[in-house]
Design a protein around this ligand. Sequence first.
Ligand code: NAG
Ligand code: NAG
Length: 459
Amino acid sequence: MRGPTILSYLFSGVAVLTAARAHVGTAPGKTPKVQTLPSLREQAELLDGWTEERKALIPQLLRKYGVDAWLMSQREYAEDTVFWALKEATQFSARRRTTHLFLADPVGGAPSSYSWIENTNVVWEDLRRILATQKPRSIALNTHPEIAFSGGLHAGELDAVVQGVGEEWKEKFVLEPMLGVEVVATMVKSRLPWYRKMMETAWAIIEEGFSEKIIVPGKSTSWDIEWWMREKIQSLNYTTWFQPSVFILTAEGFPAADGSSAAMDDPRAPDHPIQFGDLIHTDFGVSALGLNTDTQHIGYVLYPGETEADVPKGMLEGLKKVNRLQDIVKSNMKIGMTGNEILKASREQMQSEGIEGKIYCHATGEWGHSAGSVIGMTNLQDKVPVLGDLPLLKNTYYSIELFAEHFVPERNRTIVFPQEEDVYWDEATNSWEWVYGRQEEMLLIRTPAESGPTAPTEL
Ligand SMILES: *[C@@H]1O[C@H](CO)[C@@H](O)[C@H](O)[C@H]1NC(C)=O
Ligand SMILES: *[C@@H]1O[C@H](CO)[C@@H](O)[C@H](O)[C@H]1NC(C)=O
């Protein structure tokens, strides 16, 4: 998902089925199908299993970052960002004061993790006793000023913590931003099969939405398709983490003449129907099972009677070019490098290959924009302060989000070709792999002959 485009709008009707077509996959050899979710009870079991696997990683993470203890505390509805990654499936918020303590190397056979849900001083008495026995030399608190995943300790709660454990522990408090980041970013292996199914569902919804079943050229607007997508997500018992967007990439004034992305924030022309010959784009994600996907695909609206062979060649070249940009970024994403280093290396390579465009990749999975290094932002193509300086972690999911510009001779203009596709770190191959696939073929909206205008003769 890109930066904010906040618009309020009205639902103005959903297009009707006009014609059936044989399926043409977006990725060669793939026909995505909607994947239904298990019962809520089974989902809870799955989620709790994944959470246990994640929690088991914490002591070794504390050791990795040289911290003896990690204290997280919060009040109901004022949760630390990390709370959501550690909660049980049937917990809907923190209750009372909810406090967690993790130890790197507990002495005397003591447990390595503790949790309290308390509204009395019992939590502080217990904590003081445990700290007195365990004598941690450092206690990490989530107090980062810039990083949400390691800055979730509320200001008032920090006061309560200092008062509760006593001033004598205050000098042991440390900030280790990578603790929160890595706990939230790490995607335990057992989550991947479901993440893949969710991704397949996202692709299936896009393929249905970007078809003549839903789009009636000359009638359907971007908003019609966006709201159709929302209803579709709802009907499948999934949810989402952002309003889907549908853009007409070939609309007048899009993109800005200087090729900047400013025009990507243009309103989606609520009263401007999608027309024959339009190149259209969606930014779309689904949420379920504590996971979030993020995908951008493009489609072309064929004139009546046209076939695959009639897609302007310049548009197919644009898709190929952005595919190449995906390869460049993916191959530069070396574990341990910072997002800013990856951005610099990728931009140098794209320039040497003569590709104009922008790179703005982010971690995904646990959150839509999840914990981890950021590789560019639409307005920051040289470096991203703080978030771009974090190292790239393995065992995470990333959204490869970017666009390439391409001059389309058939339209006598430069058009942006955006793509977004999620990858996961594959330990077996030591590389980033597509979660489901990537778009290499144009989605097509087909209309039978003699039901509308014919294509204009080429320039
Ligand atoms: C959605 O949930 C309802 C209620 O549990 C269930 O009856 C229905 O089959 C589910 N639909 C899908 C597509 O999973
Ligand atoms: C293509 O666009 C350029 C610049 O906008 C214009 O000068 C030129 O006449 C156009 N060519 C055609 C064939 O329309």
